[in-house]
Design a protein around this ligand. Sequence first.
Ligand code: IPM
Ligand code: MG
Length: 357
Amino acid sequence: MREYAIAAIPADGIGPEVISAGLQVLEALERRCGDFRLKVEEFPWGSAHYRKTGVMMPADGLERLKPFDAIYFGAVGAPDVPDHVTLWGLRLPICQGFDQYANVRPTKILPGITPPLRDCGPGDLDWVIVRENSEGEYAGHGGRAHRGLPEEVATETAIFTRVGVTRIMRYAFRLAQARPRKLLTVVTKSNAQRHGMVMWDEIAEQVSQEFPDVTWDKMLVDAMTMRMVLKPGSLDTIVATNLHADILSDLAAALAGSLGVAPTGNIDPERRFPSMFEPIHGSAFDITGKGIANPVATFWTGAQMLEHLGEPAAAARLMHAVAQVTGAGILTPDLGGRATTREVTEAVCEAIRAGNA
Ligand code: IPM
Ligand code: MG
């Protein structure tokens, strides 16, 4: 029996609701497959922990997570704690401390979901956005001087390193190569940003030489938003900086029907550290506790986690079950349905148990 140690960090808002749903589905899957086991340990970190202790996670948090094979993460963010505290106190230290430099965001239109674009159904939109996840605009460099005075100055410096850009380009080219269309779009803004983005373009050109079978092109990020809306079928794998991909992935999620289905993997491709899997949607405190959070993003990221662990058959089974349930119209309100988190979860467990998934 193959066994994997999973650290679950439900954290804030709807995080605990969707992670509990995800663990239920993973358990059904374990039972159905019978050849692997997930040993899950939960960590009660997040904003409630911050209110009690003044920190989002203990000082030795990373040390405690290190022995795990993967991290299953809910969401951070609370109405009464500043966003930069919750983010820089838990999620970013894990991403950066474990050098999870590849943030992988698959998007496609699941059966049963009506996307906002006319003439764009399942099959017309099947993308993976690769987001640089260790530097760029999220490097945290900068500062403020003369606080509160009229002459106050704030700087926010984006950092691009040759090592950082080369490794994410290589990851994106490799991923594009492994997908049927072998098609990569490199997003840039090298007309306006003439240092980091110009180096980004040069490195894309250099890395492309290692992948002669991958067709690739370059898009300025502003024009890219139009192409995503007007010609979604012309895109497949997409690589962009930390901030550009952050923005484009919300657009991608909306075009696929809802942020409620969008998953993400924060991956250390070298496997020195555990990778972390989470829904993109965040804590959503407007619907926290109402039982209507969409668990599909958490199921999908669970499938990403299984793939990363080397269980592709289980991952495929899980996605098949999810597609059956969305296809049957069992949808939460964000997708125009009336099902609760629990109803969607039970339906997915049932589809897994029924074995036709
Ligand atoms: C995402 C989110 C985060 C980000 C927020 C919560 C800081 O929007 O994962 O896309 O910008 O990285
Ligand atoms: Mg985002």
